[in-house]
Design a protein around this ligand. Structure first.
Ligand SMILES: Cc1ncc(COP(=O)(O)O)c(C=O)c1O
Length: 479
């Protein structure tokens, strides 16, 4: 199987990402016979067709887009159009549809980048473009063998890893996490998925700040809930707390916030966090059950200019503080992170037990034994954040100099740049044609912008800066 091309079939193939698809969210049972008959007359019994992915085991382990169909057919006994005949579930097809624009983008970009050869400058994702930091491989090697026969036994939460994580959090945040408040996970994504599964029921709503991480909505759907977007405040990129308060309904189960924020680099200020906590406390009181805060803190150690980071979870006890080591160590393929549950979480024991169940049924969402053993050494390591800041300064100045519009982020890995032409996808294609790969804002719910990852190498930046200028001229000038 190759990574080439996007195999989009069926009626949704010509629809824009995030547009309403013909049978989106529609219960097949509730569709009238006429609707299904019309589709049959259209020479198809296969419907609604959506686009999704299959994992391809070529060396890059690329995720390849392809069709995943949810189909119904006429029941031979009753004649009703309500018999699911798909090879996969409706929920998987629905989730796949939500994730498809990203999967398509990543597949196409990887092909174009490979075709561009070694001179390509890759700013697309928070991926390493240089060898791993000093000390990482040694730490792994050091813990790769022990004569303890249980060294590689099934390991849920390794006490040493929990203790290392709690001590580090307490030092950074002034918090009082105990080792058993820490639930080790397969990085942040597993932390989010586990938390959602532990607290959500079918029909619940989960509010997320837009722009969100692209996997939030698919994971919310996988937990049986639906995603409700509240747009960030334009201008200062802060959380719109009034918007969140207004979006809370009787079905609201959780709110996901991400500080420092990908892609704006915004660190939410303490005043916002206090207001957010008040809004969630009031929502929980009205609903008679907790509205949980999922605090995605993937970048909380990648902070520039001596800025201080305050955790949203420190303001609200019904929180899950979710962390990954994939950013700080720039090893996103090595899955290690945790959920920290505040010691004063209401119904703490029950919530912790539910997280354990959710991890078990998610296919063992704990990180592997080796990474947990190595954590006591890995915890103190970090990429050179000062150097990431220097890259930020260099690129912000150089891009502004030639006419791009962008702000200077307070934290995280990304620059969010206004596209010089309205169609950010078209502009990113122009850049790609010149060997510079960035992420179009439209995929991030930031249309009219594009995103640059500062995890690129210095050599890539040096090569790319004149190409950014040339592409701007090609597109007709100033942003
Ligand atoms: C905001 C945010 N949350 C979570 C993640 C996922 O982190 P991990 O892949 O380490 O689980 C990312 C990674 O891109 C991210 O940007």
């Amino acid at each position: 199987m190759t990574g080439g091309g996007v195999h989009v079939t069926g009626p949704s193939s010509d629809l824009e990402p995030n547009s309403t698809r013909p049978f989106d969210g529609v219960d097949a049972d509730a569709l009238g016979d006429d609707a299904w008959q019309a589709r049959e007359n259209n020479h198809t019994e296969v419907d609604p067709t959506v686009n999704a992915f299959a994992v391809c085991h070529e060396p890059t382990q690329r995720v390849v887009p392809g069709p995943i169909r949810y189909t119904v057919s006429r029941s031979p006994s009753s004649g009703a159009w309500n018999m699911p005949t798909s090879p996969v579930s409706r929920i998987t097809a629905r989730i796949a549809e939500t994730a498809e624009p990203f999967i398509r983008f990543f597949s196409e970009y990887a092909d174009h980048r490979d075709a561009a050869g070694p001179d390509a400058s890759d700013f697309v994702a928070g991926n390493p473009q240089e060898p791993v930091i000093d000390g990482y491989a040694e730490a792994i090697r050091r813990h790769a063998y022990s004569d303890d026969p249980r060294w590689f036994a099934y390991t849920m939460n390794d006490p040493g890893a929990q203790a290392a994580a709690a001590a580090s959090l307490n030092e950074r945040l002034g918090s009082r996490f105990r080792p058993d408040d820490i639930v080790m996970t397969n990085a942040a994504m597993a932390g989010l998925a586990t938390s959602l599964r532990a607290v959500c029921d079918d029909g619940d709503e989960v509010i997320m700040v837009s722009p969100p991480h692209f996997l939030y909505e698919p994971m919310i759907l996988a937990a049986g809930a639906t995603a409700v977007r509240v747009r960030m405040r334009e201008g200062d990129f802060d959380v719109d707390v009034d918007g969140i308060a207004g979006a809370i309904t009787a079905r609201t189960r959780a709110v996901i916030v991400n500080s420092p924020h990908n892609p704006t680099g915004r660190i939410y200020p303490p005043s916002t966090l206090r207001r957010l906590a008040d809004a969630l406390t009031e929502g929980s009181r009205t609903n008679g059950r907790a509205v949980y805060l999922l605090s995605d803190e993937a970048y909380h150690r990648i902070v520039f200019d001596g800025n201080t980071f305050e955790s949203p979870a420190m303001h609200y006890p019904s929180s899950f503080l979710i962390y990954t080591f994939g950013k700080t160590l720039l090893t996103p393929g090595q899955r290690l992170g945790y959920i920290a549950v505040p010691p004063d979480m209401p119904d703490r024991e029950e919530v912790l037990r539910s997280l354990t169940v959710a991890q078990l049924v998610s296919g063992w969402a704990w990180p592997n034994a080796l990474l947990q053993h190595a954590l006591r050494d890995l915890e103190g390591l970090t990429i050179d954040v000062g150097h990431v800041q220097e890259r930020r300064d260099l690129m912000v100045a150089a891009l502004r100099d030639v006419g791009y519009e962008l702000h200077s982020p307070e934290a995280a890995f990304y620059l969010l740049v206004r596209s010089p032409i309205e169609d950010d996808e078209k502009f990113t294609e122009l850049l790609a044609g010149n060997g510079v790969f960035v992420m179009p804002g439209r995929l991030l719910e930031a249309p009219g912008f594009f995103r640059i990852s500062l995890t690129s190498s210095d050599a890539m930046i040096e090569r790319a800066l004149p190409l950014f200028a040339e592409t701007l001229a090609q597109a007709g000038g100033r942003a």
